[in-house]
Ligand binder design. Structure first.
Ligand code: HEM
Length: 459
């Protein structure tokens, strides 16, 4: 039973301006979670001057917002507006645009379809290791965030565009998306600032959105001119699904679809893999066990998709990384009609913030919630959990389409890296979560890679 649901009208747990703002300025992600935890899962109202969102963290309340009453909680308003400027109208919209895009994209990410992508994905990821080999050889540390972004980017570009975008062009896409994701930091912290006023990050955001367009549109136009070759990449499938009455493609719409999937797939995956380096440093026992598993399943490589189901401990570690460091740290919604959550009356137009980061730290649902412990994912233990206590991929009709792709791609990347090298952080510290479209560490995670085998050896 969630707290307070039986009361007809309950007051939310209010954090007044003078208490909320100083805390949120310091470390917004952690402090927001602490506020949710202090409220014991009750609905929290944050008084941020003109902006007074509700923080929703109890799994029953999350289920109401994302699933049972999902159509009353829409992706409009202050948080989504900045993103729309790059995402356009597709699967991250609402209404007809969302529904038709989801219908077209969903079959492209089913288990069967993703399995068909496996070999190409494994090859692309293995090819990306060349850069790491160079770092390992010279002893120069890698910037974990940068390298994970580069590797994920190559993999996602392969899934989306087949081989139609060169390695170099793909490399140009990643930083533009990273700029979009981080430069809306201010807009997310100051969602009430009107667009007529420039805030820091706006100029960089718009320039990057334009560069993304300049890369993606010509590829769509060129592929459309080639005609249907029966290829399985997402662009080919979109061209088949979105041809006009005379077969002419809707370039604008396909651009929006591709940018939506790219945006959803690359930053999130890359950031979860980035946090992993910090976690492995803090937990040498987990690190050792992971290396042992990879050594026994993969040995010196190459890593194949058929290895992934046998990497059970790696999957437990990845689940725990998504619990403690969920890249989709916040899922904002706007209320359509007056409603009630946990007995708290909420008016139409209000902003509701579902926060996976907070829900994953509620003591009622997680033992030692702030502690990293992959054992909570050992087989059999998941079944006892509330279905909305673990929500890194959201839930309900908008639930992430990319879960299967994630659980293939992420293990392939990690098994490739850890089968080649042992790793150590050169500058260990407490890494602060930075809010943005995806949650990334504020500080760089620099990693030194030490080859496990002599160069050229494969066993
Ligand atoms: C660690 C990796 C990932 C995380 C944490 C993540 C997280 C999420 C979350 C929280 C949502 C819900 C958004 C909402 O309700 O407003 C979502 C939606 C979505 N994700 Fe993912 N995602 C990940 C990877 C991927 C990948 C690899 C893809 C590639 C296809 C993908 C595609 C999508 C799409 C298309 C949606 C929109 C679904 C809809 O609104 O109907 N995601 N994701």
């Amino acid at each position: 039973m969630p707290p307070d649901t039986d009361a007809a009208v309950t007051k939310p747990h209010v954090f007044p301006f003078y208490r909320a703002v100083p805390r949120l300025v310091k470390d917004p992600v952690t402090e927001l979670a602490r506020m949710g935890v202090e409220a014991g899962g009750r609905v929290v109202r944050l008084d941020l001057g003109p902006f007074r969102p509700y923080l929703v963290s109890h799994p029953d309340h999350v289920q109401q917002v994302l699933k049972t009453e999902w159509s009353n909680f829409v992706r409009e308003g202050m948080f989504w507006r900045p993103l729309r400027r790059v995402l356009g109208d597709s699967v991250f919209s609402e209404g007809d645009a969302w529904e038709s895009s989801r219908k077209i994209l969903k079959p492209l990410f089913t288990a069967r379809y993703v399995t068909r992508l496996g070999d190409a994905l494994a090859d692309t990821i293995a090819d990306s290791m060349g850069d790491l080999d160079e770092h390992a050889r010279t002893g120069r540390p890698i910037d974990g965030g940068h390298q994970m972004t580069t590797i994920t980017n190559q993999a996602v570009v392969k899934v989306l565009f087949g081989g139609r975008i060169s390695h170099e062009t793909a490399e140009r896409l990643a930083p533009e998306f990273a700029t979009c994701a981080t430069s809306i930091h201010f807009r997310m912290l100051l969602p009430f600032a009107p667009y007529s006023i420039r805030v820091p990050g706006d100029r960089a955001f718009l320039a990057s959105a334009q560069k993304i367009d300049d890369i993606v549109r010509p590829v769509i136009e060129r592929t459309a001119r080639e005609g249907d070759t029966g290829a399985t990449d997402v662009l080919s499938a979109l061209l088949r699904a979105r041809g006009g009455p005379r077969g002419e493609p809707d370039v604008r719409q396909i651009r929006d679809d591709l940018v939506n999937v790219y945006g959803a797939a690359s930053e999130t995956t890359a950031m979860s893999l980035t946090w992993l380096w910090a976690v492995l440093h803090e937990h040498p026992d987990v690190d050792d066990r992971l290396h042992e598993e990879i050594e026994s399943v993969v040995g010196g490589g190459p890593v194949r998709p058929s290895d992934v189901p046998r990497l059970g401990y790696l999957r437990m570690v990845l689940q725990e990384v998504l619990r403690v460091h969920p890249p989709g740290w916040i899922i904002p919604r706007q209320v359509v009609a007056d409603t009630e959550i946990g007995g708290v009356r909420i008016k139409a137009g209000s902003q509701v913030l579902v926060s996976p980061y907070t829900t994953h730290r509620l003591a009622e649902f997680w033992e030692r919630p702030w502690e990293f412990d992959p054992e909570r994912w050992s087989p059999g233990r998941e079944q006892r959990r509330h279905p909305f206590a673990f929500i890194p991929f959201g839930g309900g009709p908008h639930v992430c389409l990319g879960m299967r792709l994630y659980y293939l791609e992420a293990p392939l990347v990690i098994a490739n890296v850890l089968s080649r090298y042992r790793q150590e952080l050169t500058d260990p510290q407490r890494f602060t979560p930075l809010p943005g479209a995806s949650m990334r560490p504020k500080e760089k995670i620099m990693v030194r890679l030490v080859p496990k085998r002599p160069a050229g050896g494969d066993s």
